[in-house]
Design a protein around this ligand. Sequence first.
Ligand SMILES: [Zn+2]
Ligand SMILES: [Zn+2]
Length: 360
Amino acid sequence: MRRGMLWVLGAGALLAVVVGVGARVPAVQDAVVRAAILRLVASQPNELFGEDALRVLLCGTASPLPHPSRAKACVAVFAGGHFWIVDTGPGSWNRMALLRIDGARIGGVLLTHFHSDHIGDLGEFNLNTWVMGRSGPLRVFGPPGVERVVTGFGEAYALDTQYRIMHHGADFLPPAAGLLEAHPVAGPADGTGPQVVLEENGLRITAFAVHHDPVKPAYGYRFDYRGRSVVVSGDTTKDEGLIQAARGADVLVHEAQANHLVALIREAAASAGRPRVAKIMGDIPSYHTSPVQAAEAANEAGVKLLVLYHLTPPPPVRIVEWVFTRGVSQVRPDGWLIADDGLLVELPADSSLVRTRQLQ
Ligand SMILES: [Zn+2]
Ligand SMILES: [Zn+2]
């Protein structure tokens, strides 16, 4: 071995020893931890709130089946200085908090329907955005029935809310601002077609009906802001109404269920003597959309980018993602991806650019 290489190896070993010994010295530990905390506390991705673009953040990409790192259904849309949450699936507030999103700037929540994988974290969103400084009640839009969901979460968190007001003071945590406020959206449920939910700060949000029987009504939402647009499917079969609502949109965030993988789980459950799992796996193909069908819907709507989320089953490793999306490239060679939690899609105002990156 050459002398130069020996020297490098020796220096590397010495450095490893010094670092290893140093990490056991309390003063060194304190300095490292203090620097890490400072970096975490000081860093908020405030550029997401810039009014120069419509932005979409995937805050939950799984379905009811468990996954070690994906939260359940959640899509955050940033526009006009606020963010809007489509569905509050379990674990999704944790994802937002890990990404250090400023909860005080929440505009509202839009529920697509009331399956538990879409509503489980509503109480966490309400509580935490209030604690972070939200100035008024949290508006929750959704199909008729949203009143019951909101009343129930409000009651479940009522004692927690009291404790926090007593502990931190009503000046710091104004009780009136901590409330949930239900806003039922009736139009799509009545069969009268898509309905504008609100128009604020240049953002228009429209609700439309999708098919997720026996869950009725179930909605998807379209966001339009400064010449850019994104559509979120919620849970649905391949749906003509959704294709109409998504026509010409920049981004379609669509649920996807790989029925060929669901069939494998059903077969395995049956042979393993788990009939309840096999029964559920046999029932669910009837009310979701396969990845290939989602690609067909994206093509028919003419969107630029298809983002697959609400993944059933949520792929644990890349090789399963390849199996999950088998056949998609034949239908739609470009302009699609399978989302991880933290995926950000940026649509600069009044342009045709579509940028994607992963937030950490
Ligand atoms: Zn559902
Ligand atoms: Zn679902």
